[in-house]
Design a binder for this molecule. Structure first.
Ligand SMILES: [Zn+2]
Length: 152
């Protein structure tokens, strides 16, 4: 009887969490869709499975021209080159995004609390945003998710 009761509560526990997690997972995954049919496997791993590119692997680390960084999947304008800075982390980094460019969610993978951000237009993962001091934000971006378009 005791065992039965314990199992019953374990079962309740599982369904209790699923009630909250399932609709969220469902909603979140259905908002992501492949728009650019030419995405590479590596780009898809990052955008759809939240993987991370190797540090210092992106040529965008060294991009210094004026212009805008667009979503490699849906082409939405995400960052201005004015917000870009050298963070020394090996990933293209920005102090701010263009207004409304991203949505965020809390990510507990790797055993720590991080804020993941994804394209507000197509939903694909782009990176994590960190707080560098009180007012300063650092968008740590996967260069493979971005396309740079220079402007004069
Ligand atoms: Zn997008």
């Amino acid at each position: 009887m005791k065992n039965y009761r314990r199992n019953f509560f374990q079962l309740l526990g599982i369904s209790f969490f699923s009630i909250f997690l399932l609709p969220y997972k469902f909603l979140y995954s259905t908002t992501k869709k492949i728009i650019n049919q030419n995405l590479t496997e590596k780009q898809k791993d990052i955008m759809f499975n939240e993987e991370t590119e190797r540090p210092y692997s992106s040529p965008l680390n060294y991009e210094k021209r004026n212009g805008f960084f667009h979503c490699a999947n849906c082409d939405a304008k995400l960052f201005s080159s004015k917000a870009k800075f050298d963070s020394g982390t090996g990933w293209p980094s920005f102090r701010e995004s263009l207004p409304g460019a991203f949505k965020t969610k809390i990510d507990y993978s790797l055993g720590m609390k991080r804020v993941e951000y994804h394209c507000a237009n197509c939903g694909v993962h782009h990176g994590h945003v960190f707080a560098d001091g009180l007012q300063k934000k650092r968008f740590c971006s996967n260069g493979l998710c971005l396309i740079f378009k220079p402007e004069n």
